[in-house]
Structures are given as structure tokens and as C-alpha cells.
Design a protein around this ligand. Structure first.
Ligand code: ADP
Length: 593
């Protein structure tokens, strides 16, 4: 709880005037609530005992009129004050949680890939949306009424003790019992709430994944399997919710009983005092009203334990993300990178994803500005990881990566990545227009620059043929385009960025021959004059590079031109022989067919 308060109080600072105003309204409402039963007292006393000295003359009708007017007046003012503080606190709640949500989102965006590869996107969305909403709802609808009621409570007990301390003490006698119940149950409620929030996160994560995989699910006719799984998980989450609700209901009902006992005690003893003349009937009425009201916060506490528990579980989940430091972040004295020439060096770079198995080992090389390097080798041996280190998606465990002779960790991430363009095997397109998707490469690109990039990527023709040209909307992840078209948009996006350093990660695999040729032509013209790292399985593409790096087990085993490596007769030459014999066989098969 301390951690939660500490983390979220800074958000309240900017809201001071509104908090001040709302608190003022709250105090006013509290004071007026304390006054509310008093007109009744005077009416009752004037009815039941004419012996009592009465204010405002002794005419009972005058008193009745004053009392009735006071009753309406006090209640109206109290209603006004309550309205103001409810609205005020709701506004504070909205502003604060809006801020928290924006901060959480921007923090998620900055967290490193090492976090995101482990986190589940659906769970993160639940944290961002429903956990933050839960915080707001509870802060506004549970925490504040509780605060208000505690104020009322203090005021009422003070008046009750002032009126008759023995009776007040009698009324208080049952409260320790409440704390025993509450203490016993609220721990369990909190545990159930935490579990329920976690389950909800998991449920959303698997729902998001299965919706994303709908094509696969339908192709394999697995709908019923996923529906069953989903139903089972929903049931479990509901079960946890029910555990919480049952505990809360139990707590609420025990408060009802405690309240009845306290009322009975006060009624019994108070009536005897009234009969003995030590108390007026009106006093007893005020007392009983106060007693019921004084138990309000206790009742609220019981009613809201479940919600408070859920909110604290939600707050913990929000903080878990907010308090996580990105592994890769700007160093304290990082500077924006100047326009880079593109001389890239790895100096004894080693890297491991899990801190145990080495993925890259002691890798060293120098690449000249404008040089094209093909990265070749078996799958899963570290080529993509090399590119990720160059982009500074991860930092090396050992050694350093330099560009133009300076460690890339001395540059700000934004300025470093801003000078690199990437085309991946599966290019990421968002549900937006073609133009916007290309412009993600360079946010302020002019329409002319976008078109020029599309022409270079051999994409202009098919884009112009779309119903709305560059303004055609493409579905989520580019669902409405073919693989080759998506890839050409990705090349255009890389081109519009006009970056000195390029990274291509198997951009043509999975494409048919015609599309492959179009994408290749785009990539070739883009790569001219820029430092290019081209990860490929196609050794014909490798042959056109200035230099080939052969990578196996995270080590740079061979480097040189295609011809040099063939002449050396090592691993690369063996791979080349294997691939060309495979192709010859295919050609022969084709001829025979
Ligand atoms: P390549 O590009 O040569 O196919 P990668 O660089 O993608 O190889 O992967 C190298 C090794 O690192 C593989 O064994 C892979 O399983 C592992 N790896 C890749 N990405 C991650 C990750 N995010 N977390 C943990 N291990 C990873």
C-alpha cells in the first residue's frame, strides 16, 4: 500500500486547486450532515416534553416551522456540497488516471525488446485499459466516499461523546469485533482479487493471440478447441471473482449484525436514561441517527474491501510495468548523432539473450561506408541478433559496436535508429493508408518524396492501381495486400527514410519469382551508396555483395568476396556447392517434367 501511495501521489500535485476545492465541499457536507438530525430533535422534544426549555419561544408551532425549514435548508445545502465534491473528485480521478495511462503507454513504448519478447501483448493491454480504469473507479467511487465517511465518523463520535459519553462508549463496544472480522477476511479477499486480475490478464492475452491467429485457427478447423479453452479460463476467472464477492458479502452481513447489536444496546440503555430524565427523547433520536450513520464508513469499508483489493492488485500490475527500467536506454550524457557516414565496426562483441547461452561470440569486423555485406549461414546462428545489436535493440554483453569510430551507446537512441532503415522478412504494416504506412519511414516526408520512394521500390504502379491510390486503406497488418506488395511498401518505407545504414533481413524469402525480382530490384537501387547488411539464404544475392560474412554458432567464421570464399573452399564454398547442386536437380526435374 505504501508503495502504491508513494508512486501515485506525485500525480496529485498538479491538481492542488481542484483538490482543495473538493475537500472544502467535503468538509461542508460533513458539517451539514452532522446538523441534519437536530431539527428533528427539537420537534421531538417539543412534542414529548413541554418541561424542556425550548429555543425561539415556547410555541410548538413556531418550532415546528423553524425545524421543517431548517431540515429542508440544511439538506439542500448538504446536497449542493455533496454534488460539488462528487464532481470535483470524479474530475480529479479522471485527470490523474488519464495521466497515469499516458505515462504507462509511453513507458511501454520505451521498454526494451527483452521485456516485450517475454510480455504478452493482451496482458499489457489489460493493464493499460482495465487496470487503470479499475484504479479510477475505485479511487472515485470507493476511496473518496470512505474518506468522507471517516470524517463524518470522527465528527459524529465527537458529538456523541459530548452528549453522553457512557452511551457513546456502549455504542462503540461492538467495533473491535468488526476489526477482527475485517482483518480475517480482507487478506483473503485481497489474495482472490490479485489472482483474478492475473487471470484476467492471461485471458486477454490468449484472446488477443487467438484473434491474431484466426487464419491459422480456421484453416486447421481448431475453433472449438480455442472456444473450449477460452470458456474454461473465463470460468476460472469467475470463480476467483466469486470467492472475493462471497467474502465481501460475509463481511457486510456481519457488519449489519454488529450494527443491530449496537443499536439494541443504545436503545436499551438510552431509553432507561430517558425514562430517568437524564436524556430527552430528542437526544436519543439524534443518538440513534448518529449511530447508524457512524456505522456507514464501517459498512462502506466492508462493501468496498473487494473493490479496494482489486484496485490494489490493479495498481500493483500497473506499477510492475511503470517501475521497470528499460535495459537499453539513453546514457546520461548521450548526444544526438551527427549525420552518419556509415562506417560500422564490431569490436570483440559477445551477446547472450539469457545470460547463459552465448548467441554471438567475440565478433570483430570493420565495414566501410557504402559497403554492401551479405550475412550468410545456417538459421538460428545469430545473424538477426547481429542486426539487432547494430540497431541497439540490445546492448552487447561484451565488446562494443561503433559507427564512424564512436560507440553507439554515446548517441541517443532516437538519433541512432533514425539513421537506419530496416526491411524484414515479415514487414509490419499498420491499419492505415498506404501513404501513412510509407511515411512511418520519415514522418514529414512530402507526397513527392513518398512517390519517389514508391517508384524506387517498384511499388508505384500497383499502388496507383488501388481504388484510392496512395490513400487506400490497408487492413490490419496489411491483410488486404499480397506478400510481394507488402514487401514493396516496406522497401518504399525504408527508402523514404534516406538513411546511410540499411539492414535487410531475408526480405525476399517466401516470395514467388516475379515478386522476388521486383523486390530485389527495389532493394538493389536502395542499397546503392549506403552501408548495407543483407541477411540472405540466397547465395546469388550474396554473390552480388561487396563482401560476404559467413556466420555459424555466433562466430564470424569466414569473410571475403564471394569469389575469395569459393576459392578458399571452406564452409561457405560447401554451402554454395550444396545450393547449386540442389538448383541443378530442380532444373533437371523441370526439364523432365
Ligand atoms: P538467425 O538470424 O541466424 O536465424 P537469430 O539471431 O535470429 O539467428 O537467433 C540466434 C539464436 O538466438 C537462436 O538460437 C534463437 O533461438 C535465439 N534468439 C533469438 N531471439 C531471441 C530472443 N528474443 N530471446 C531469446 N533467444 C533468442
Amino acid at each position: 500500500m505504501g508503495r502504491i501511495l508513494q508512486a501515485f501521489t506525485p500525480y496529485l500535485r498538479g491538481q492542488r486547486p481542484l483538490i482543495g476545492g473538493s475537500l472544502l465541499a467535503l468538509f461542508a457536507a460533513t458539517g451539514l450532515r452532522l446538523l441534519e438530525p437536530w431539527p428533528l430533535k427539537f420537534v421531538f422534544d417539543s412534542l414529548f416534553s413541554s418541561a424542556q426549555p425550548l429555543p425561539g419561544g415556547s410555541d410548538p408551532f413556531t418550532i415546528l416551522i423553524y425545524a421543517v425549514l431548517a431540515l429542508v435548508g440544511i439538506t439542500a445545502m448538504r446536497a449542493m456540497a455533496d454534488y460539488l465534491n462528487t464532481v470535483g473528485f470524479a474530475r480529479i480521478g479522471n485527470r490523474v488516471t488519464g495521466q497515469i495511462r499516458t505515462d504507462l503507454y509511453s513507458h511501454m513504448q520505451r521498454l526494451s525488446l527483452s521485456f516485450h519478447t517475454k510480455a504478452r501483448s493482451g496482458d499489457l493491454v489489460i493493464r493499460l485499459m482495465s487496470d487503470v480504469n479499475m484504479l479510477r473507479d475505485v479511487a472515485v467511487t470507493a476511496l473518496l466516499p470512505l474518506l468522507a465517511n471517516v470524517l463524518v465518523l470522527v465528527g459524529m463520535w465527537a458529538v456523541m461523546f459530548w452528549m453522553n459519553w457512557q452511551l457513546a462508549a456502549l455504542a462503540l463496544a461492538t467495533t473491535p469485533l468488526f476489526w477482527v472480522f475485517a482483518h480475517h477476511l480482507s487478506g483473503k479477499v485481497r489474495q482472490a482479487a490479485r489472482k483474478q486480475r492475473q487471470r484476467e490478464g492471461k485471458l486477454a492475452a490468449s484472446a488477443a493471440e487467438s484473434v491474431g491467429a484466426i487464419r491459422f485457427i480456421q484453416t486447421f478447423a481448431l475453433e472449438h478447441v480455442f472456444v473450449r479453452q477460452f470458456a474454461e479460463r473465463t470460468n476460472k476467472s469467475q470463480h476467483e471473482d466469486m470467492v472475493g464477492s462471497r467474502m465481501t458479502a460475509r463481511l457486510e452481513r456481519s457488519v449489519d449484525i454488529l450494527l443491530a447489536i449496537a443499536t439494541a444496546l443504545v436503545l436499551w440503555h438510552g431509553a432507561r436514561l430517558a425514562l430517568a430524565g437524564a436524556l430527552t427523547p430528542g437526544d436519543l433520536l439524534v443518538f440513534i441517527t448518529y449511530l447508524r450513520r457512524a456505522f456507514n464508513p464501517v459498512q462502506d469499508f466492508a462493501k468496498y474491501t473487494g473493490r479496494l483489493a482489486k484496485a490494489s492488485a490493479a495498481a500493483e500490475r500497473v506499477l510492475d510495468v511503470l517501475e521497470r527500467q528499460p535495459d537499453v536506454r539513453d546514457k546520461p550524457h548521450a548526444e544526438p548523432a551527427p549525420p552518419l557516414r556509415g562506417a560500422v565496426s564490431f569490436e570483440g562483441v559477445s551477446f547472450s539473450y539469457d545470460g547463459k547461452t552465448p548467441t554471438l561470440q567475440q565478433m570483430s569486423f570493420n565495414v566501410q561506408p557504402g559497403e554492401r555485406v551479405a550475412l550468410v549461414g545456417p538459421s538460428g546462428h545469430g545473424k538477426t541478433t547481429l542486426a539487432a545489436l547494430l540497431l541497439r535493440l540490445y546492448d552487447p554483453t561484451e565488446g562494443r559496436v561503433t559507427i564512424d569510430g564512436r560507440d553507439i551507446r554515446r548517441y541517443t537512441l532516437q538519433s541512432l535508429r533514425g539513421q537506419m532503415s530496416v526491411v524484414m522478412q515479415e514487414s509490419f504494416l499498420l491499419a492505415a493508408s498506404v501513404r501513412e504506412n510509407i511515411a512511418y519511414g520519415a514522418l514529414h516526408a512530402s507526397p513527392a518524396a513518398i512517390e519517389a520512394a514508391a517508384r524506387m521500390a517498384q511499388a508505384h504502379e500497383f499502388i496507383s492501381a488501388l481504388p484510392n491510390g496512395y490513400d487506400s486503406e490497408i487492413g490490419e497488418r496489411g491483410a488486404t495486400l499480397s506478400g510481394g506488395q507488402r514487401q514493396r511498401i516496406a522497401v518504399a518505407r525504408a527508402a523514404v527514410r534516406n538513411a546511410p545504414i540499411l539492414i535487410f533481413d531475408e526480405p525476399t524469402s517466401g516470395l514467388d519469382e516475379a515478386n522476388e525480382q521486383a523486390v530485389l530490384a527495389g532493394l538493389e537501387s536502395l542499397a546503392r551508396g549506403r552501408t548495407t547488411f543483407w541477411i540472405t539464404h540466397d547465395l546469388r544475392a550474396a554473390a552480388r555483395a561487396d563482401r560476404v560474412f559467413y556466420i555459424e554458432h555466433g562466430q564470424l567464421l569466414e569473410q571475403g568476396t564471394h569469389q575469395q570464399l569459393l576459392g578458399r573452399g571452406g564452409r561457405y564454398a560447401a554451402l554454395f556447392r550444396q545450393q547449386s547442386s540442389g538448383e541443378r536437380e530442380e532444373e533437371q526435374h523441370a526439364l523432365v517434367a
